[in-house]
Design a protein around this ligand. Structure first.
Ligand SMILES: *[C@@H]1O[C@H](CO)[C@@H](O)[C@H](O)[C@H]1NC(C)=O
Length: 181
């Protein structure tokens, strides 16, 4: 009898999880890397998800961040994932970070909160799944920046910085692929 009630509650929890908006990356196992482009991904296909939300970054330790800081004012749910550049979020390496998806007109109305995650120092490898996403985005960005460079030789510092971090990301991915081979 006790076994049966446990089985029922597992089903109940599973169906609740499927129905809710959740942040899937970053998480405890999927860290971000400081001064680099990072992946934010959520359960966009869940039931009853809001069409838009504000993305904020906070930290469980108020000494690191007194309160969550908005990094994207209005994010469309249908994108399912986005790359967060160092211009959008430039937090120092550390633990206890959280990403919050909140009501755009009331940021204290939090729809979803990520697991606490770590931001590792610049130069750290990305988790495997994130490395693939950043690599495919960096391939797209590289062809875009080649086009931009040929049409204009004067680029701003931030664009140059982003290019550098994408190159770093690509180097990390290549290292990972070689290790597998
Ligand atoms: C904002 O959301 C919070 C949490 O849901 C709620 O307690 C508060 O009343 C809301 N504020 C306004 C102005 O609606």
């Amino acid at each position: 009898m006790q076994f049966r009630s446990i089985a029922i509650s597992v089903v109940a929890v599973a169906s609740m999880a499927a129905a809710q908006l959740t942040v899937t990356t970053p998480s405890a196992a999927n860290w971000w890397v400081a001064k680099s482009t990072n992946v934010l991904q959520w359960s966009c296909k869940a039931d009853n998800v809001p069409q838009t939300f504000t993305v904020l970054i906070g930290n469980q330790n108020p000494a690191v961040l007194v309160q969550p800081m908005a990094i994207i004012a209005i994010q469309n749910n249908y994108d399912c994932s986005v790359l967060i550049t160092q211009d959008q979020a430039n937090q120092a390496a550390g633990t206890g970070y959280e990403v919050l998806l909140a009501n755009p007109i009331n940021n204290t109305d939090v729809y979803a909160r990520s697991e606490a995650f770590e931001i590792k120092p610049l130069g750290s490898l990305y988790p495997t799944q994130q490395a693939e996403q950043v690599a495919s985005a960096s391939a797209a960005a590289a062809s875009a920046s080649t086009t931009a460079a040929s049409s204009s030789t004067k680029k701003g510092n931030s664009a140059a910085g982003l290019g550098a971090s994408l190159v770093l990301a690509a180097a990390g991915v290549v290292g990972g692929v070689l290790a597998v081979l």
